[in-house]
Design a protein around this ligand. Structure first.
Ligand code: HEC
Length: 132
């Protein structure tokens, strides 16, 4: 299994310029620094995550875009997109199971998943469950 992860950077752009006006005054035109929302790198391994999701029957209750028994992976990604504490919490939740966040239906525990495997799944879900 490859350990290679895809890394996406949120763009850091720099635009600038200045010009002389007709009156000879130095004028700054645009000097906009877009320090692209420092969300950092997001790493996931879509291939490995999808294999694990199949082996562990995640797709029996979750679809990527549609709510089934559980919320869609897209909904989960949306809900936690600004929550830096989500990954660790969700890794535990996937392994131990639980209910009450999306409704009364519980997610069963997945004791056969290692924490590392659960992490691969959660990183991928939080990235919006991309195919690649
Ligand atoms: C038997 C059905 C079922 C299976 C199988 C299942 N889930 Fe869930 N999952 C749920 C339900 C129901 C919820 C909503 C739980 C809640 O409201 O707290 C959920 C919630 C989640 C959440 C969000 C948890 C939160 O607290 O917001 C993640 C992430 C998740 N599942 C991932 C997975 C992964 C990965 C697998 C496969 C290892 C999996 N699920 C297998 C039913 C399932």
């Amino acid at each position: 299994m490859s350990e290679v992860s895809q890394v996406r950077w949120h763009g850091v752009g720099l635009q600038g310029g200045f010009g002389l006006t007709r009156w000879g005054r130095l004028r700054w035109g645009t000097a906009i620094v877009l320090a692209g929302a420092a969300t950092g790198a997001q790493a996931y391994d879509a291939e490995r995550a999808q294999a694990l999701a199949k082996q562990n029957a995640c797709f029996g209750c979750h679809a990527i875009e549609r709510k089934l028994v559980g919320p869609s992976f897209a909904q989960i990604a949306q809900r936690y997109k600004a929550d830096g504490t989500a990954p660790a919490r969700l890794v535990k939740k996937v392994v131990q199971g639980g209910a009450g966040v999306w409704g009364p239906i519980p997610m069963p525990s997945h004791p056969r998943l290692s924490e590392a495997e659960a992490r691969v799944l959660v990183d991928w879900v939080l990235a919006g469950a991309p195919r690649k």
